[in-house]
Design a protein around this ligand. Sequence first.
Ligand code: SF4
Length: 373
Amino acid sequence: MILVARSSQSVFSKSSPFLFRGPARVPRRFLGIPSAFLLDDYLPRYQLLTSVDSAKKRSHAYAHLRECNLCPRKCGVNRYETTGMCMIGAETAKVNVIAPHRGEEPCIQGFHGSGSVFFSGCNLRCVFCQNHDISHKRNGFDLTPEELAEWYIKLQQIGNVHNINLVTPEHVVPQVALSILTARDMGLRVPIIYNTSSFDSLESLKLLDGLVDIYLADFKVWNSSTSKRLLKAEDYAPTAMESIKEMHRQVGDLSFTSDGIAKRGVLLRHLVMPGKEDEGKEIMRWLGENLSKDLYVHIMEQYHPDAHVGKKRRVTRRVRKGNGGEDTREETRYGEINRAVRDEELSSVRDAAVKAGLWRFCEPNENNSAFHL
Ligand code: SF4
């Protein structure tokens, strides 16, 4: 059933019949959260780690950096001496933006925003990347795990954020693990979100087990030919399936406290792509059959051509006529996805999700004033 308001403004709307007047900063609301997904209280998982577990995690983090197989690229390099495909070393992570962020799902951004840390670089090369200024370029500040931890504390204390949201962290998991352990000792108490493409290795997810509360996981495309062309990773779908299963094993279905803020579980995102609705349908079928019918799913409609898509390039070909020569033409790159998604493509993926038995969707409810939980 119902309801989380679309933004902090509408949370305070006098016209909503579902609002109760509450404490000054965080209003109490009638949310209608199914009891199976309602938590009385919540302690982040990193708070439950013993000192022995923490020490083991620290030691594994350093070991992984010395022979990096932390993502399916499996470069096997010593990141203290060189870099692999992600181009990021061992001592620091490169960070582009740190700020409270209100561009996430209502149950993630809540009233005060999600404490987002956007890491530079990525282990995928999506040609349509909606975040390519950050992910495809190595701009930003080099921060040690200790400096990252200090930022988490600032986000918590000054930003009053609901969580720490690590965006595109797949290639810096050891640094992230160390930063969470340090921040815990400095007084961090909000949940950790791992915001991932799902192109993770099981070794990496094992290191994160006990440190992450919410996996905000993409499942992008289904066919290997599509992932090879558009993500530059032929093995994307089998990797994502294995990774998402492991994430779900660790934290289960998405659960909330009574204020409507997500605290633990998997939130699965699928960005519907133009002309790829059949792949979206396969993904929904797989999720319903293999993961959980109670999985919380966000079918996203905001695709727009970006990064390399739609860019012009000159192509020169040799021609075999007369005494030979060259034919130069201008081509549009990735023309097949150089448009917005059509309504019928979106609806067909949504219909497939319902047919697969999924029922927990992040979408506005019928009167468009709130979101389903
Ligand atoms: S995290 Fe970077 S260095 Fe490690 S395997 Fe992946 S791309 Fe290679």
